[in-house]
Design a binder for this molecule. Structure first.
Ligand code: P6P
Length: 337
């Protein structure tokens, strides 16, 4: 049997290679333990009485599911005492969560969407957790502010997601490629199963919510129409479409077998700047995709170069196989057919 390498061993070896400082390794280990607890709760579903609405709204004005609230609490409680964080930010919290004064502060900021795709929870479709790690720009004895989080995605120290699907998979980058781990539910270990995940430059698969077609801008209309024309159109090839409406599931498929994932600007979400959140959805996914050899833009600019203005800022997202992302982006920048 080939040697099983656990996440712990992988991170210790990354630390020995001076690619991961000890406190970042500790942070990632704690996040891994927290997402295992989330996965256990998610997998119980109706048996644990955790399905359905929580009866509250989050800062986004979205109905919170019970599991949204539970997952958020699990991540906050797991990470607040370790001494490696100064503060956290969550899709489910209006403002930042400074580490309580009775705990030591550390050098990192942790951002997360605790349970992304929660509209799929009640119908048993894959959902996930997305996280991003930034360096705390303040001295440890200073209380962090929201402004400390407003760093461009290119400054992320680490990024990852967990897909709670047929298997529970953790996908992680610390800036040295993308690495996938599969949870062994019998031992509780994340096992290193996907070293150096890379994205094929070319693809024949796209992901977009086609019900928004009438709201899309002209460059997206043109791009999707060309894909739909298949062999008879300018692309000269047939394409396939998938849309799970769970970013973690759609992006995991793209990272695993290629593809392009699109939630572009459209007339419905223009006033908000886009649908997906920059700090804890677009940025971590963009870092992972670029580390895997792909590309990630808004259609007009590289996502990782965006200077954030607000913690819950939304942006258009076009990411995946580089050749396709560059094509769509070129249609935005040079619309003439
Ligand atoms: P729509 C889930 O709510 C989410 O934030 C992403 O996970 C997903 O890609 C997108 O929204 C789905 O949006 O408009 O298709 O429901």
């Amino acid at each position: 049997m080939s040697q099983r390498i656990s996440l712990t061993q992988f991170l210790i070896e990354e630390q020995r290679a001076a690619r991961v400082p000890a406190d970042l390794r500790l942070l990632l280990e704690v996040v891994a333990r927290a997402v295992k607890a989330i996965g256990v709760t998610v997998s119980k579903g109706a048996l644990a009485g955790v399905l359905g609405e929580a009866g509250t709204e989050n800062v986004q004005g979205e109905e919170q599911k019970k599991l949204d609230v539970i997952s958020n609490e699990i991540l906050l409680q797991a990470n607040e005492w370790g001494g490696y964080l100064a503060a956290m930010a969550s899709e489910e919290l209006e403002t930042i969560y400074p580490v309580p004064p009775n705990y030591p502060k550390g050098d990192y900021l942790l951002l997360f969407d605790p349970l992304d795709g929660s509209s799929n929870i009640d119908v048993n479709v894959t959902i996930g957790t997305i996280f991003s790690v930034l360096r705390n720009p303040q001295a440890k004895d200073k209380t962090p502010t929201e402004a400390d989080f407003l760093q461009p995605g290119r400054d992320q120290i680490a990024a990852g997601y967990v897909a709670y699907g047929p298997s529970t998979q953790l996908v992680l980058t610390v800036g040295d490629g993308v690495h996938g781990f599969t949870l062994d539910r019998e031992t509780g270990d994340f096992i290193y199963t996907n070293p150096f995940m890379t994205l094929p430059a070319e693809t024949r698969e796209y992901a977009i919510n086609a019900s928004n077609a009438r709201h899309w801008e002209a460059p997206v209309q043109r791009y999707i129409a060309e894909l739909q024309q298949g062999k008879t159109g300018p692309r000269g090839s047939d394409f396939n479409m998938r849309w799970i409406a769970s970013m973690v599931a759609d992006v995991h498929r793209v990272l695993t077998r290629g593809g392009i994932f699109m939630y572009p600007l459209d007339e419905k979400c223009r006033a908000k700047g886009g649908k997906l959140r920059l700090m804890y959805e677009a940025n971590p996914m963009a870092m992972l995709v670029e580390q895997a050899g792909g590309a990630a833009t808004t259609g007009r600019t590289r996502i990782l170069d965006i200077i954030p203005e607000r913690l819950h800022q939304r942006v258009p997202v076009i990411l995946g196989s580089r050749a396709e992302v560059e094509r769509v982006t070129s249609y935005h920048l040079d619309p003439a057919p």
